[in-house]
Design a protein around this ligand. Structure first.
Ligand code: GMT
Length: 374
C-alpha cells in the first residue's frame, strides 16, 4: 500500500505513535509518506520505504501568519497525486483531518481518510469553542475513525455525537527497543548514588501532567527514604518546578535532565516511574516503563487503567493524592521482591497486549476497509 501519514513532529505521544507506526508499516513493505511541519524527532528517514515531506509555511507580506493549514492541504494534494497514495492517515484531528478532507475535494486521485484521535485533540484543544464545529465536522467526514483507548471512545461519543463509528486501537510498544537490560551503569551513576533508588517522571510539563503533585509526592517519599527524582522532558511548567523544588526542600535530590532523544536509555535506570496526570487518553510513558520492566505509580484517570494493571504492574491513586502516591512508591522501593514482580509483570503485559505487529495489522485492516469504500 502507499500510505500518507500526517502528524505533529514535536516530542509528544501522537507524533511518536505516528512515527513508530510509519516504521512498522515500512518494515512490512508498505510505502509510507510522512507529511509534517518538521522532521518528527524519531523518524528514521533513511529507512527503506520511508519518505518525508516537509510542509513549509506560505510567507507573503500580505499575510500576517504563514497559513500553515493551507500549506499542509497543498502538500497533501501534491503528495497524493504525485505518489498515487491509497490512503491518508491523520494523527491528531486538529488540523490534520480537516486539511485531509479539503484535499479530497481537490486531488485528481480520490483517497480515503483514517483519523486517529489521540487525546487533547478532543479534550483540551478540541473542546475549544471556535474549533469545536470544525473538529467535529472533520472527524465525522473521515472514512474511518480510531482512538487509543475505550475511555477515549466513550469521551468522543459523549461530547461529539458522531455518525461515524469509532474503533479502539491501543497504542503499542517495541519491546526490542524498550527493554530492562539496556541500563547503562555509567549513566545511572551520573544521576544518583548506587544506593539511592531512582524515581523517574517524563512529560511535556504542561498543566495536564500535574507536575506539582510529582514534586509533592516525591517530597513526602523523601521524608522516609533517600531517593533521587529524575525528570525527563521540558515544557512551560519547568521553571516553576525548579523553584518549587527549593520551597519543598528537595532541590538537591531532583535532577532536571531536559529533552532526551532516547528515553529508552533512561527508563530502565528507574526503580519506579511516577505519572500523576489529570488527563491521559493512554499515557505512552507508562507503557514504555512497563516494557522496560519498571513498576509504575500513576493517577487512575481516563485510559490509564487500560494500560496499567492495578497491583500487578503498578499502583494507581487520585491525581492529587500525594500521600497515596508516596505510600505506593515507598512500598515498591522498600520491597525488592515486589519491585521485581511488578516490573516483570509489566514487561509481560507490554509484550502480550501492546505488541507492535498486532497493532500494525489492526491499522492495515482499517486502511483496507477505508479503501474499499471508494
Ligand atoms: O499528553 C500530551 O500532552 C501529548 C499528547 C499528544 O498528542 O501527543 O498525548 C496524547 O496522545 C498520546 C498518544 O496517543 C497519549 O498516550 C496521551 O495520553 C495523550 N494525552 C492526553 O490525553 C492528555
Amino acid at each position: 500500500m502507499r500510505i500518507g501519514i500526517l502528524c505533529h513532529p514535536s516530542v509528544g505521544g501522537s507524533g511518536l505513535v505516528a512515527t513508530e507506526l510509519a516504521h512498522g508499516l515500512a518494515q512490512a513493505g508498505h510505502d509510507v509518506h510522512v507529511i509534517s511541519s518538521a522532521q518528527p524527532f524519531k523518524l528514521r528517514q533513511h529507512q527503506r520505504h520511508i519518505h518525508f515531506h516537509l510542509v513549509e509555511g506560505i510567507h507573503y507580506p500580505l499575510f500576517k501568519d504563514p497559513l500553515y493549514t493551507f500549506a499542509l492541504t497543498a502538500k497533501i494534494v501534491e503528495v497524493v497525486d504525485q505518489y498515487q497514495l491509497d490512503v491518508v492517515h491523520a494523527h491528531y484531528s486538529i488540523p490534520h483531518s480537516l486539511c485531509a478532507y479539503l484535499a479530497t475535494e481537490i486531488t485528481r486521485r480520490p483517497f480515503p481518510i483514517v483519523t486517529t484521535i489521540h487525546g487533547t485533540d478532543v479534550t483540551v484543544v478540541g473542546q475549544d469553542r471556535p474549533l469545536y464545529p470544525l473538529n467535529r465536522f472533520s472527524i465525522d467526514r473521515s472514512t474511518v475513525v480510531t482512538t487509543v483507548s475505550a475511555y477515549q471512545r466513550g469521551h468522543i461519543q459523549r461530547h461529539f455525537g458522531l455518525k461515524t463509528a469509532i474503533e479502539v486501537i491501543h497504542n503499542f510498544i517495541d519491546c526490542d527497543h524498550f527493554r530492562p537490560d539496556q541500563a547503562d551503569p555509567l549513566l545511572r551513576r551520573s544521576l544518583a548514588r548506587d544506593d539511592q533508588p531512582i524515581v523517574m517522571h517524563a512529560s511535556n510539563f504542561r498543566p495536564v501532567k500535574n507536575t506539582d503533585t510529582v514534586l509533592r509526592s516525591f517530597a513526602r517519599l523523601s521524608e522516609k527514604l533517600d531517593a533521587k527524582l529524575v525528570l525527563l522532558g521540558s515544557g512551560p511548567e519547568m521553571e516553576a518546578a525548579q523553584g518549587r523544588c527549593h520551597q519543598l526542600g528537595i532541590a538537591d535530590r531532583v535532577v532536571f535532565v531536559g529533552q532526551v532523544q532516547y528515553v529508552e536509555q533512561y527508563l530502565p535506570l528507574a526503580d519506579c516511574v511516577l505519572q500523576p496526570s489529570y488527563r491521559e487518553s493512554f499515557c505512552m510513558v507508562l507503557l514504555e516503563a512497563m516494557a522496560c520492566g519498571v513498576p509504575t505509580v500513576s493517577s487512575n484517570v481516563d485510559g490509564i487503567p487500560e494500560v496499567v494493571a492495578e497491583g500487578e504492574t503498578g499502583f494507581m491513586a487520585e491525581p492529587d493524592d500525594d500521600k497515596a502516591q508516596a505510600d505506593a512508591m515507598l512500598r515498591v522501593l522498600s520491597d525488592p521482591a515486589l519491585q521485581q514482580r511488578l516490573g516483570a509483570a509489566g514487561r509481560q503485559r507490554a509484550k502480550t497486549r501492546f505488541a507492535t505487529r498486532h497493532t500494525i495489522e489492526q491499522y492495515l485492516a482499517c486502511y483496507r476497509r477505508a479503501i474499499a469504500t471508494l
